[in-house]
Design a protein around this ligand. Structure first.
Ligand code: S3P
Length: 179
């Protein structure tokens, strides 16, 4: 089975949903941000603060390339992974790309309880969320499937995504055309 990549803005539930989806289908779950932190032995906020965003983006692609060599993984990606077209290519070639979406109000509510996201540690996080969402919309739109999570529970999202998982299987088992 190919991998399922969960993309989408910060606070759309990629990690919580990914863990539950993996549990339900007895698959392995990996979180790219966590792999980056393990490799770097420091948290993302420190990587941004000391090396800058470009350095982080290079690491993100490097780790994604490694993960893409594996099969049958549920992969939670950082919210900005889609801004590099190469990352989208890697994900699509090694699996399906599922985007979790949410409206800015919901994102603000979900992310305001946490402080670990450097891009949202700004004076006006709502404005920043709207700005980044606008910039990233064309990239998120390239996902194979988009689920609006604004009014859904984790279980409801997992149930919806289980259908996407079935699609991965059928993609793999689709009979080849006879020549
Ligand atoms: C980022 C999202 C974060 C993390 C980093 C940058 C982004 O991941 O990768 O802070 O650019 O949207 P989450 O989406 O898991 O919060």
């Amino acid at each position: 089975m190919e991998n399922i990549y969960l993309v989408g803005f910060m606070g759309t539930g990629k990690t919580s949903v990914g863990k539950e989806l993996a549990k339900k289908h007895k698959l392995c779950f990996v979180d790219l941000d966590e792999l980056i932190e393990l490799r770097e032995k420091r948290i993302i906020a420190d990587i941004f603060a000391n090396e800058g965003e470009q350095y982080f983006r290079r690491l993100e692609t490097r780790i994604l390339k490694k993960v893409a060599k594996e099969k049958g993984l549920i992969v939670a990606c950082g919210g900005g992974i889609v801004i590099n077209p190469l990352n989208i290519k890697i994900m699509k070639e090694s699996g399906i790309m599922v985007c979790l979406a949410a409206n800015p109000e919901v994102i603000l509510k979900r992310t305001s309880k946490e402080t670990h996201r450097p891009l949202l540690n700004v004076k006006d996080p709502k404005k920043q969320i709207e700005h980044l969402l606008k910039l990233r919309a064309p990239y998120y739109a390239q996902a194979d499937r988009i689920v609006d999570t604004s009014r859904l529970s984790i279980k409801e999202i997992v149930d919806k995504l289980s259908k996407a998982k079935a699609k991965v299987k059928s993609k793999k088992t689709k009979p080849r055309l006879k020549r």
